[in-house]
Design a protein around this ligand. Structure first.
Ligand SMILES: [Cu+2]
Length: 149
């Protein structure tokens, strides 16, 4: 008698790992600040955020200024005014922009003049994604650094 040997091919297909967790992360766009006059006390930082999950920018820290706040800008009683935000909500997948005449990171009490072409570090504190160190490029007022959208 001949025995046919049956061969078994076992295919183990792992369609996504069962224990995969969506690790919170925030994609930070090109970050820039406008160069300031020598006597200027304050500056503003612009960037954009896209978060993988619903997250919140809680605060920003750095040595560049005495105080760093999250601000929004809008019309109030017919005048453009800045308003401090307690935090910045980042809905999952949404591109949240910080740009001139809108939301921005406010540098209050600059440690030194912001000079065109130089850069400085900031640390972002997200509720879920944790801390993230970023580099801010200083550009001439009204300009945008290369690579920004
Ligand atoms: Cu401001």
């Amino acid at each position: 008698m001949r025995f046919a040997l049956a061969s078994f091919l076992a295919l183990i297909v792992i369609a996504g790992t069962a224990c995969a967790k969506n690790t919170p992360s925030v994609d930070v766009g090109t970050t820039y600040a406008y160069a300031t006059a020598e006597v200027a006390k304050n500056g503003a930082v612009f960037t954009s955020f896209t978060s993988s999950t619903d997250d919140t920018l809680v605060s920003v820290s750095g040595d560049i200024a005495e105080k760093i706040e999250i601000h929004d800008m809008g019309m109030e009683d017919g005048m453009m005014r800045m308003r401090k935000m307690d935090n910045l909500p980042l809905p999952a997948g949404e591109n949240v922009k910080l740009e001139p005449a809108g939301k921005h990171i406010m540098l209050i009490g600059l440690a030194g003049q912001l000079k065109d072409g130089e850069e400085f570090p900031l640390t972002l504190h997200f509720e879920k994604a944790g801390e993230q160190d970023i580099t801010v490029s200083i550009v001439a007022p009204g300009q945008q650094p290369e690579g920004s959208n």
